[in-house]
Structures are given as structure tokens and as C-alpha cells.
Design a binder for this molecule. Structure first.
Ligand code: FRU
Length: 499
């Protein structure tokens, strides 16, 4: 009898330990996205060194492995073959005597221009030296390189670092390097305070200043960071787009990414754009850059957060995720070339269209909960309206949390209102209602959204008006209502539950 009691006691203790561990795990994982990349533990910000190599996408990222707030930066590393399922690997680059490892890029040196080996993976990044920063010399950031001969598994920092010393500019960082075939050189696009400076090199080790852009144009509400220079083929010939992240000074406060359309001749970027253009109006898509070595495809991924509150968002043992990777293209709208973003989820299999199709919503609400009930807060939805009309999509759960998104005809704006979507009061700068102007002047409207537990990414009008936004609910949304005060025909309603 005694023996049985003993076993019973051990089993009870074991069970309660397991339940406690499960509870702890649930708590830790409650904000974890299911199909967006997030680090296993610790802090993450910008995507870095994104490169496609032999069928694998490499994502490096700003990482503080030991705590969930920004600190001494490392480059974390993850890989994927489909841009959705990621496997995290050991840290790629650690801080050293030259400083911590800030943002940068990676290229494949096919012709061995640097002499590290044919096909070497070369990372070009900013060394940030906090010791020099304390001395207020303004020389604390400089560019360095490292190489890998085993597809990113192990890295060797170049002994001649830094390869681009600081000329006396306080903010001197985030090198994005590409091969410019026309001029037969590597071109580095670098953020220099509130402008972009281009540098050229034949070997990734010696850099010459080429030109500067941006002092007189664009948004200047904050420091310029994480630039990228992209080439697009259009019927009018090549067009170049310069992406520039800016913090603060975004359209919905805090961090955001603006872009300029123009030409690049290997030395100078020229743009006659007068207006300010935002790649994504939402508050939570920052520091986005594209993968290198993807031929003519431009695939961008951003950090799904905002410096206005990134360090204080509800979190447990890890903090921050990336946006869904997006394919970028250019579209001409009323004489302007504009950037269009579309999520790569098309590659994740077909839309599930059963039961859906067209519905007419007559001045009232239509319950769409049945389409997402099984989704556990992870789904994609798209539809078209046969006329431009005010509408709301209301996502809610049994706890009374509510996220309202939609379009307001009076202001001609798309919006996301997260004021009642769970915890929204952890920071006064967590802006609650965010908007994106409608840019397209068409009589019909298309709307596509991706929800992943605690984030929504909206691609309206085919990806011309975009809005990415975080929210923090403890229970996934499983109810969805469409609301409109006029009669509208909803066409091509499609839902994809993302497992
Ligand atoms: C952008 C940024 C970069 C910098 C990095 C530091 O979010 O501020 O300019 O390299 O983050 O973590």
C-alpha cells in the first residue's frame, strides 16, 4: 500500500510539474506568430544579410540573445527554402574588439573579387563601437566585412577591418551592397545621417565615395537608416528605386520606410520625385531590405515593429517578428511609378474557395466567422468590392477583444484600429488608429489581409496601399464580421487558413 501511495505521489508531482511547464510555455508562446519568423529567444530587430544561395534563403538579423531588449548586437541566422518555414541556426557574427555588429547585407562573390574564395558569402556590416561613442567623437560607426566558405555556417572576420572608416559622420551605417554590372563594380548604399552616400569597390575591401543623395528631398523627420537600391525593368526601360527607412518621422509616427524612384548610372542616383512616398503606411514594417542573388525578383522582408515602442511591447522570452516576405514591383499610376508589394503567400498553395464566392451585403453586417473559425488566428483573406464604399472588418474573440479594419470613403483612407485589440496601453506611443491613403483612383477596390495571431498586414488595391500593424491579444481572433452601411457586392471572397 505504502509503495502505491509513493508512486501516486511521484505521479502527482510529475503531472503538476508538467502542467506548470505547459502553462509557462503557453505564456511564453502566446504572442508567437505561426507563419512569420521570430527568434527562439532574446531580442530581434532588423533583417540583415538576406541572400539566396543554392535553393536556400538566408536571413540574418539584429539579435541580442541574452535579453528581450535591444543591447549588444549580434547577427542571428535562420534559413528557409520557401520563405515561410524557418530554421534558426547558431549566431553568425559576435561583437568583437571593433564593436557590436549592426545592420548590413551579404553578397555572393562569384568571381572571387575579394580573394576569399570563389563563391564566398561575404557579409558587409557596420561595426558600432560603444566605447568610442562615449568619447562623442562621431567616429563610432564604420563598415567591416566577414566571409563564409560553408554557406553561412561559420564566419571569418577580415583582418583588415574596418574596410570603410568613419569620415566624421555620427550616423554612418547599414551598408547594402550589390554588384552593378554596368560599371563593373560593387556599389554600397549607405545611410549617412539624413542622406544616402554611395561607395564603389572592385574587391569589397577598398571603397571610394561616389555620390550623395537626399539632403533636399523626401521625409526628414528622423535619421535615415537601412537603405536599399533596386533595379526594375519597365516598358520604359530600367527604373531604380531607393528605399530609405526613417526613424522617427513615419506617416503614423515613429519608424517607416520611404522610397524614391529614379535612375542610377553606377555613380549617381537621380530622381525628380517631389512627393514623399511610403512603402507601407503601417506602424510595424521597418528596416525592410531585399534578398540579394534573386535575379530579377525583388523580395523584401521588414522588421515588424517600431522604435517608438519596440522595447516595451508585451513579450516573454523573445521579442519581435519579421513581416511576411513581399515581392516588390513598379506600377504606373497617373504618371507616377509607384511601388507595389504583394505577399509571397501565393506560393503556399491554392486559395480555399469553398462556400465562398460572391455575397451581397445590404446595409448591415455579414458574419464571416465560419471562414476563420478553425484558423487559430492565422489566415489570409481577400475580396473585391464592385464599388468604392466604406466598410469595416471586425475581428473579435470570446474575451471581448476587437480589431477593426477597413476603408473610410469620406477620408479616402484604409485604417486599422487596434485600440480595443487586447493590450494597447503598454506605451503612450503605441498609436491606436493608423491609416493609409487610397492611392488608386479606380471604381472597384481590392483588399487582401494576412492575420497571424498578433499582426495584420493589409495589401489594398493590389498592394499599392499597405498597412502592417501589430496588436496583442491573448486569445486568437476567431470571429469576423463584415459591416457596411450601404449595399455592396463582395466578389471573389477567398480565405486561406494557414496551418
Ligand atoms: C535600424 C537600426 C540600424 C542599426 C540597427 C541597430 O533599426 O537602428 O540603423 O544598424 O538598427 O540595431
Amino acid at each position: 500500500m505504502k509503495k502505491y501511495l509513493g508512486i501516486l505521489l511521484i505521479l502527482t508531482i510529475f503531472n503538476s510539474c508538467q502542467t506548470a511547464a505547459k502553462k509557462e510555455n503557453n505564456l511564453q508562446e502566446k504572442y508567437r506568430p505561426s507563419y512569420h519568423f521570430s527568434p527562439k529567444k532574446g531580442w530581434m530587430n532588423d533583417p540583415n544579410g538576406m541572400v539566396y544561395l543554392d535553393g536556400t534563403y538566408h536571413l540574418f538579423f539584429q539579435h541580442n540573445p541574452d535579453t528581450t531588449v535591444w543591447g549588444p548586437m549580434h547577427w542571428g541566422h535562420a534559413t528557409s527554402t520557401d520563405l515561410i518555414h524557418w530554421e534558426e541556426h547558431p549566431i553568425a557574427l559576435f561583437p568583437d574588439s571593433l564593436g557590436t555588429i549592426f545592420s548590413g547585407s551579404a553578397v555572393i562573390d562569384k568571381d572571387n573579387t575579394a580573394g576569399f574564395g570563389k563563391g564566398a558569402l561575404v557579409a558587409i556590416f557596420t561595426h558600432h563601437n560603444p566605447k568610442i561613442e562615449e568619447a562623442k567623437t562621431g567616429l563610432h560607426q564604420y563598415q567591416s566585412i566577414a566571409y563564409s566558405l560553408d554557406k553561412g555556417k561559420s564566419w571569418t572576420k577580415y583582418v583588415g577591418n574596418p574596410v570603410l572608416p568613419n569620415p566624421g559622420i555620427w550616423d554612418f551605417r547599414d551598408p547594402k551592397v550589390m554588384w552593378h554590372a554596368g560599371s563593373g563594380q560593387w556599389v554600397m548604399t549607405l545611410a549617412t545621417k539624413q542622406s544616402i552616400t554611395f561607395y564603389g569597390s572592385k574587391n569589397l575591401k577598398e571603397w571610394t565615395r561616389l555620390s550623395e543623395f537626399g539632403n533636399e528631398v523626401g521625409a526628414h523627420g528622423g535619421v535615415w537608416e537601412c537603405p536599399d537600391l533596386l533595379r526594375f525593368e519597365t516598358p520604359e526601360g530600367d527604373k531604380w528605386v531607393l528605399l530609405v527607412s526613417i526613424n522617427p518621422g513615419g506617416p503614423n509616427t515613429g519608424s517607416a520606410t520611404q522610397y524614391f524612384v529614379g535612375d542610377f548610372d553606377g555613380t549617381t542616383f537621380r530622381s525628380d520625385q517631389k512627393d514623399i512616398r511610403w512603402m507601407d503606411y503601417g506602424p510595424d514594417n521597418y528596416a525592410g531590405v531585399t534578398f540579394s542573388n534573386t535575379e530579377n525578383r525583388q523580395i523584401l522582408m521588414g522588421w515588424m515593429s517600431n522604435w517608438a515602442y519596440a522595447n516595451t511591447v508585451p513579450a516573454s522570452s523573445w521579442r519581435s517578428g519579421m513581416t511576411i516576405p513581399r515581392t516588390l514591383s513598379l506600377q504606373k499610376v497617373s504618371e507616377r511609378w509607384l511601388l507595389v508589394s504583394t505577399p509571397i503567400t501565393d506560393e503556399l498553395g491554392a486559395w480555399d474557395t469553398q462556400e465562398k464566392g460572391g455575397v451581397q451585403v445590404k446595409n448591415g453586417t455579414d458574419d464571416w466567422s465560419k471562414y476563420i473559425g478553425e484558423a487559430n488566428g492565422a489566415f489570409e483573406l481577400s475580396f473585391a468590392l464592385d464599388k468604392v464604399a466604406t466598410f469595416d472588418l471586425v475581428l473579435s474573440n470570446g474575451k471581448g477583444d476587437e480589431l477593426v479594419l477597413g476603408f473610410d470613403e469620406a477620408t479616402n483612407q484604409f485604417f486599422v484600429d487596434r485600440s480595443k485589440a487586447g493590450d494597447a496601453n503598454f506605451s503612450p506611443t503605441f498609436i491606436k488608429r493608423t491609416v493609409a491613403p487610397r492611392i488608386l483612383d479606380a471604381e472597384t477596390l481590392t483588399y487582401r489581409l494576412l492575420v497571424d495571431r498578433n499582426s495584420v498586414e493589409i495589401f489594398a488595391d493590389g498592394g499599392l496601399s499597405n498597412l502592417s500593424s501589430l496588436f496583442f491579444v491573448e486569445q486568437p481572433f476567431d470571429l469576423l464580421m463584415f459591416r457596411s452601411s450601404t449595399t455592396v457586392n463582395v466578389r471573389d471572397l477567398r480565405v486561406k487558413v494557414i496551418k
